[in-house]
Design a protein around this ligand. Structure first.
Ligand code: GLY
Length: 399
């Protein structure tokens, strides 16, 4: 497979020195940051056993919801991370209860007609299987992969993101976020020996690389293909500032998502592409290294998106892992990750907000829709925790 990344421009990192400064992040720093995460999890564990945190907080408090959103697994994923780190059975017990909830959700087809089955079943069930050998979780995750591939449009070579497959408004639309849903498919091929899942993931990621990434290494949020002919149509945004701007979290999904596909399909062009996306992102960061919610903003009073920063840290650490030691940028990316973690911990956490039940504040879910603006977002909390765990141990990915 060849991704057409040659046509994507590579910006050099403009001010390399700012990402090469020594950070304060050492083991003690990370362990302290993890203690804050664990304290917040403990504060909410009873409430979020049968219920889940909503996707975003309101006044920094997540309200409890049923297992109905695309985001509920981020909490379960945090419980698995907490279990791995502490080996405390209390986290495993709740996570296992939630695995049951994810099985019921799939069996009863509750809010599963979208591509986010990857987020949902990787962090709840694949993680359970990888950590504890839970066979029921494995079967559930394979069934989720089976459902996810029903969204594949073969002429277009993409997995449709949202909506009924016959909905004229959504038909043929892929989105950059879907990169994170593909590991479920690669994993399903590994455990079943059936290549169909991997082939679909591979074809989709190639189309995403070709059409969602623009020539300047920024990304569209969404892109339409003609499902009947496979013809590429046009890109536009849902959650970004405008169709031509670069929604920060979308760029982060690319920075992390392309290396995740690389991990399974070993196409080096995906790493080259992730580097280009990363340089574009790094070149648009304000002084404290935490992006605005859209990369069109580089200074001023617009809100930041700390959740995009947390995703990016995981992406940088994952990508750097694959770069040869001789790559001059490897160290820069690793150090940029540390600098961002320091900034997140020192300026964006709820450590002194005793009423808050989230971890990171100053995230944006959907500015145009007026949802979760300058609040906590549950995926931001998850990726921040994942990043910290990556920094203290040789973490075996759930992805
Ligand atoms: N995947 C949806 C979002 O990032 O808001």
């Amino acid at each position: 497979m060849t991704v057409f990344v040659d046509e994507v421009r590579e910006e050099k990192i403009r001010d390399k020195e700012r990402f090469e400064k020594t950070s304060a992040v050492n083991r003690a720093f990370v362990e302290k940051a993890i203690q804050h995460v664990l304290a917040k999890i403990d504060q909410s564990l009873d409430v979020f056993t049968d219920m889940f945190p909503d996707s975003n907080s309101e006044n920094l408090v997540y309200k409890p919801i049923q297992n109905v959103e695309w985001t509920t697994s981020f909490w379960t994923g945090m419980l698995w991370l907490a279990y791995e780190y502490t080996r405390n059975e209390k986290y495993r017990k709740v996570a296992e209860k939630q695995v049951e909830s994810f099985k019921e959700r799939l069996d009863n087809r509750i809010e599963v007609d979208h591509h986010d089955l990857g987020f949902l079943y990787t962090l709840s069930c694949v993680s359970a299987y990888k950590l504890t050998g839970n066979e029921e979780a494995k079967e559930t995750a394979i069934k989720a992969a089976d459902l996810l591939i029903t969204r594949y449009l073969d002429k277009a070579g993409i997995i449709q993101a949202w909506g009924d497959l016959n909905d004229p408004k959504e038909r043929g639309r892929m989105i950059i976020d879907c990169n994170m849903n593909l590991p479920l498919l690669y994993w399903a091929s590994e455990v079943t020996g059936k290549s169909v899942y991997r082939e679909i993931g591979q074809t989709h990621v190639k189309q995403a690389a070709k059409y969602i990434v623009r020539q300047d290494a920024s990304t569209f949020h969404t892109y339409y293909m003609d499902p009947n002919t496979g013809k590429p149509l046009y890109g536009n945004t849902r959650q970004g500032y405008s169709d031509n701007s670069c929604w920060a979290r979308g760029q982060s999904w690319g920075i992390y998502g392309f290396p995740l596909s690389y991990q399974y399909i070993h196409d080096w062009s995906l790493i080259e592409l992730a580097k280009k996306l990363t340089n574009y992102y790094l070149n648009r960061l304000p002084e404290d290294q935490i992006c605005y919610w859209d990369l069109i903003f580089t200074e001023g009073d617009e809100e930041r998106d700390s959740s995009a920063a947390a995703i990016t840290v995981c992406g940088l650490l994952e990508m750097a892992k694959h770069l040869p030691l001789t790559d001059p940028e490897r160290r820069t990316y690793e150090n940029a990750a540390l600098i961002m973690i320091q900034s997140l911990y020192e300026n964006y956490t709820t450590e002194i907000d005793s009423e808050a039940n989230g971890i990171l504040k100053h995230a944006v879910y959907y500015k145009g829709g007026g949802r979760g603006v300058d609040e906590s977002c549950i995926w931001g909390d998850y990726y921040y925790f994942e990043a910290l765990i990556r920094l203290v141990k040789d973490w075996k990915m759930y992805w």
